[in-house]
Design a protein around this ligand. Sequence first.
Ligand SMILES: [Zn+2]
Length: 306
Amino acid sequence: MNSQEQWSSKKRRGKESYYLQNNPAFNLTSETQKTNIKLLKNGSKSKSMSRVKGQLVFLSNTCAFDSLVQALAGAYAYNLSYRTSIDKSKTKDRLMEIAISLTSGVNMTRIKIMRLKLLNEHFSKNVAMTFPGMIQKVLTIPSYYDTECCTKLVKKFANICLNNDVLKDDLSNIQQAIESNFIENPVCDRCKRKPKYKREFSNHIFVEVNPRESLSAETDLGRMLQHNLDKIPLSITLGGKLYQLSAAILFDPPSVLEKDIIGHYSAAIRFNKTWELFDDLRENTFSMSGDTEVTIHSALYTILKK
Ligand SMILES: [Zn+2]
């Protein structure tokens, strides 16, 4: 049975996945020890330029990258299953290397050089960009792959965007909204075999819960809804795999007055029912109450094996 078929049969089994959401057993493999995850400060905060391969490079607003790497660091630190899957993987992933470094004794100067080198490869001029744009570029392991039946063409998808017609601004509908994305099961045009794609979900899944960012800043400003962090479902199932909520990417919409185009991203890391805010424009991390109203851009779910 390929993953597409597994996905389909999962759907046919109906609503059993929802029962997992409040199951206390799913937290069993998570860490109980708090790790000191370092805060990576925004590239715009460091005044000096650096030299990479003989060229002078300086970083502007790196918040989309920093929130991504902090979220992954949190998942690595607190989800044992995810950590094991990353450690076992043979692929050299420099993004994960930076995330892992934030949870270990690697010094900050070295981490900043790693960030600079990685960003310099992907962005020739300006790294200031949206979170979805950032993960498209730098996420080596995407959220899922579709392999086309006959051509074996692999398509990588950095995240899953949710249709708000299904989500209805209610985060408890995340599972349904995700499933509605994958409801089509197209027949292969060439061989007429079903299905067209073999779909494989990775060990980390980014779910974009607030899809309205694509609208222009002016029309968007008043419409970005705020939610409580604790309203994000603690787990989802995809292709028969169980995932747990590890982090949320928070978003401050762009300010028209400040001529700011992308807004500001930060990461809230979930640990043992608590939230810790990693904002690269601040000096320290902060604990955050789960009932704080924030604009949640994306949720990071990571693999959970029993
Ligand atoms: Zn085919």
